[in-house]
Write a protein that binds this ligand. Sequence first.
Ligand code: PLP
Length: 358
Amino acid sequence: MSKPSEWLRPEVAALSAYNVADARGLIKLDAMENPHAFPAHLREQWQQKLAGLQVNRYPDAAGEGVKAALRQAMEIPSGAQIMLGNGSDELLQVLMLALAKPGASLVTPEPGFAMFRLISQVAGLRYVGVPLAQGFALDVNAMLATIRKEQPALVIIAQPNNPTGNAFDTDALREIVAASPGLVVIDEAYYPFAASHCLGWLEAFDNLLVMRTLSKLGLAGLRLGFLVGPARWLAALEPVRLPYNINSLTQASAEFALNHYADFQAQAREICAQRSVLASALGALKPLEVYPSEANFLLVRVPHGQANVLHAGLREQGILVKNMQGSHPQVADCLRFTVGTADENAQLIEALKVCLRA
Ligand SMILES: *Cc1c(COP(=O)(O)O)cnc(C)c1O
């Protein structure tokens, strides 16, 4: 029998696949999805639009309709260009495949988004993580020293950060962008829930791309992410993007949703309001420490050694959350709760009370 590991690139043979937990029958607070359904008053119109699609034809290769709708909905600087991805995960793959010259590196703060490391390993781009400082702040000196030493092809920073939830100091972020010799990507996956964003910086830096996704806004099932930035960089990356990477149903749905952007922004505002309610309720459960968040989730530190037990206890009560234990030393004893509906959050609090009393 043929043995895959004999033929695979050794760095691929050494990897385990990204694990997606089975959520059937559970309240899903593990993956930063928007808990609200597609706005009810828009459904019929949306579905009529889909019914008219010619799926025997390839989709619009450039996604012009979606790009125009993005420009209309968001404050994208007029001089900046857009590249669409099948989720921002695919754009990370495009970036890293393109930049993985022999010896080239990715510098990124950690704990950070798990896909940064996984995709860099698949692409063959050397991963260099720089630990965050106290309070999950950027360690500016360590970042600058690492950038000086590595001369990285790519620096990626998620703003706000996942899994910690905080937004980094913008002066610190700006200093890092300015000091980077290669490309910098600011991953604004959580921009709908954050107090500020960096799109305006594109006018000041020619080595910066801002990455966003519609996933956390309520359209995770569509898989649509995008990069915004200088034409020079996006044109250089274009050969790595597969033709027709955004399917017709996604293009039509995203364009429609973006033309009703205010409805999705309203859902995001509701999630931010529920984030405050949930943070207070968690904070009132004495042994828990809740960290500040500008995202649609809350990172919580539980008593030492209890993350696995609490994670399992919540699951037994029908609630799926993310266990950060074992992923990085700085988030040991931590669970990550996606903000759900008011009712889901109340159920989470009740289930936690049961676990903590036991
Ligand atoms: C969720 C997430 C993404 C992935 O977004 P998709 O568009 O769904 O692929 C990217 N970056 C960060 C930091 C995330 O948390």
